[in-house]
Design a protein around this ligand. Structure first.
Ligand SMILES: Nc1ncnc2c1ncn2[C@@H]1O[C@H](COP(=O)(O)OP(=O)(O)O)[C@@H](O)[C@H]1O
Ligand SMILES: Nc1ccn([C@H]2C[C@H](O)[C@@H](COP(=O)(O)OP(=O)(O)O)O2)c(=O)n1
Length: 448
């Protein structure tokens, strides 16, 4: 078998003019595997030199027969503007909902990313691999009908995976001919691709979830105002907050951690002990719109939480002139959950430590100390069950998916300037409180 890198290089060679069609350049795919693995493969025009090789055996099992698989993808940033990004994200969300209904409901879905071999944010597409275990013609019909219902730009792309007698894999893209008829175009070879140095979604994160400054998040909600009155309401509140906030002399302490690690318990106890103001992000003034944003695609949800942090920043600035301030969640939550959700695969696929995505936004008020509460997964589950409250779907996901939980925890620990100080929150409430108070006294000399 030829090395994956060489096959990719062969596919990447410029094509002869006769072959220069829609797929003149190969495309790479990152397929999320069960248990958090990622398989990378490329598709390119048939007839190029070199033997085709089956991709990663785990991917081949998901792509090849028996059964049939389809790749349905939407460009992340079809235009340069935020409005187009938001439209694309909502289209993908709608497609996901529709894929769970009717004849498509029996298909298995796996997260799929499509990207150019050179990386970069430009050609990124998000999508799904649909696997029909029964290889039913109804599935294909339903998928084409779904494409027919997507009349506005951006239009999703659909490709179908087929195996041949010699166990090679091919992808056959579907294209709309003459604006009316769906046709399958020339098959493209499926070959393994090397794992890129950086997960393909990372270059796009500053525009799609880990916004590096207030204006980047603001532009997303601005694009939502035509269909979400809540977006206008949040923007009005953000715009009342000064861009340069002047903080007071008292220390600002943030308590972070996964759900049920004891943040509410600790923040209340610390606030009592230090006679500190207790704040939380998202702040109460926007919490009535939280559910509406939680129901929207990730880019909109993250913009909401990001702007919530800027509103909290101006509350912190005022409160820290009068007393110490304790904050229940802040920027680190927003960034860690966004990174863990957007980066498919497992912990090893996260951007490396010191990557810019882990840096604190330059225009957001910095706390003096960030405490990260950690407990074992078993203890966390006991506390969640003991509390018995309603949970957000993301928190349910955390419980169900330990890979996701690990990605959130590791992202937390990689955050920089300020970084997190980890405190083991497994002991009794009193002992955890004492550990946190002693850390605060060590790190905040300005405490009276
Ligand atoms: N140190 C502790 N030991 C045992 N139970 C705790 C401890 N700290 C918090 N709990 C309980 O665990 C549950 C989750 O705590 P909570 O403070 O609400 O977490 P969070 O705000 O991080 O979601 C609550 O029922 C709380 O009473
Ligand atoms: N500052 C914040 C606060 C919460 N979030 C997001 C991250 C997760 O999706 C949820 C977790 O919040 P949730 O209120 O469920 O957690 P707690 O109950 O406070 O532990 O909200 C955020 O992105 N930024």
């Amino acid at each position: 078998m030829a090395p994956a890198g060489r096959l990719l290089a062969l596919l990447a060679r410029p094509q002869s003019p006769s072959r220069a069609g829609a797929m003149a350049q190969p495309s790479c795919f990152a397929l999320e595997l069960p248990g958090g693995g990622l398989a990378h493969f490329a598709v390119g025009p048939a007839g190029t030199e070199g033997p085709a090789a089956p991709p990663d055996p785990r991917a081949a099992a998901l792509l090849g027969p028996p059964g049939r698989s389809y790749a349905l993808c939407v460009p992340v940033a079809p235009g340069r503007d935020c409005a187009a990004r938001v439209r694309a994200a909502r289209l993908l969300q709608r497609l996901f909902l529709q894929l769970r209904r009717g004849p498509l409901g029996r298909c298995q879905l796996r997260r799929l990313l499509r990207y150019g071999p050179g990386g970069g944010a430009g050609g990124l597409q998000r999508g799904v691999l649909l696997r029909d275990p029964d290889d039913s013609p109804d599935t294909r019909r339903a998928l084409l009908a779904l494409l027919d219902s997507c009349l506005e730009a951006p239009r999703p792309s659909l490709g179908e995976f087929v195996g041949d007698e010699s166990h090679q894999l091919w992808q056959r893209p579907w294209e709309l001919r003459g604006g009316r008829e769906w046709r399958q175009v020339d098959p493209e070879r499926v070959v393994p691709a090397p794992e890129p140095a950086l997960h393909p979604v990372v270059p796009d994160l500053p525009s799609s979830g880990v916004f590096p400054h207030r204006e980047a998040a603001r532009a997303v909600l601005e694009a939502c105002t035509p269909f979400m009155p809540e977006a206008r309401a949040v923007l009005e509140l953000v715009d009342q907050c000064p861009r340069q906030v002047l903080r007071g002399a008292f220390p600002v302490i943030v308590i972070e951690g996964l759900d049920a690690t004891g943040k509410t318990t600790v923040t209340q106890a610390v606030a009592d002990a230090l006679q500190a103001a207790l704040l939380k992000s998202p702040p109460a003034c926007i919490s009535q719109w939280r559910q509406a944003f939680d129901d929207e695609p990730a880019i909109i949800r993250r913009a909401f939480y990001s702007l919530g942090n800027y509103i909290v920043a101006s509350e912190i600035a005022q409160a820290s002139a009068r007393s110490p301030v304790v904050v229940d969640r802040y920027w680190h939550s927003t960034a860690a959950y966004a990174i863990a959700t957007e980066v498919s695969g497992a912990v090893q696929h996260l951007p490396p430590a010191h990557h810019p995505v882990y840096q604190w936004p330059k225009d957001l008020l910095r706390p003096d100390l960030v405490v990260l509460l950690t407990v074992s997964p078993e203890e966390r589950l006991r506390r969640i069950r003991g509390r018995g409250l309603e949970r957000t779907s993301e928190e349910e996901e955390l419980e169900a998916n330990s890979v996701f939980r690990q990605k959130v925890e590791v992202s937390y620990t990689r955050m920089e300037s300020p970084g997190c100080h980890e405190v083991d929150a497994s002991p009794s409430r009193e002992r955890v409180l004492q550990a946190v108070l002693s850390l605060i006294r060590d790190r905040c000399p300005q405490l009276p």
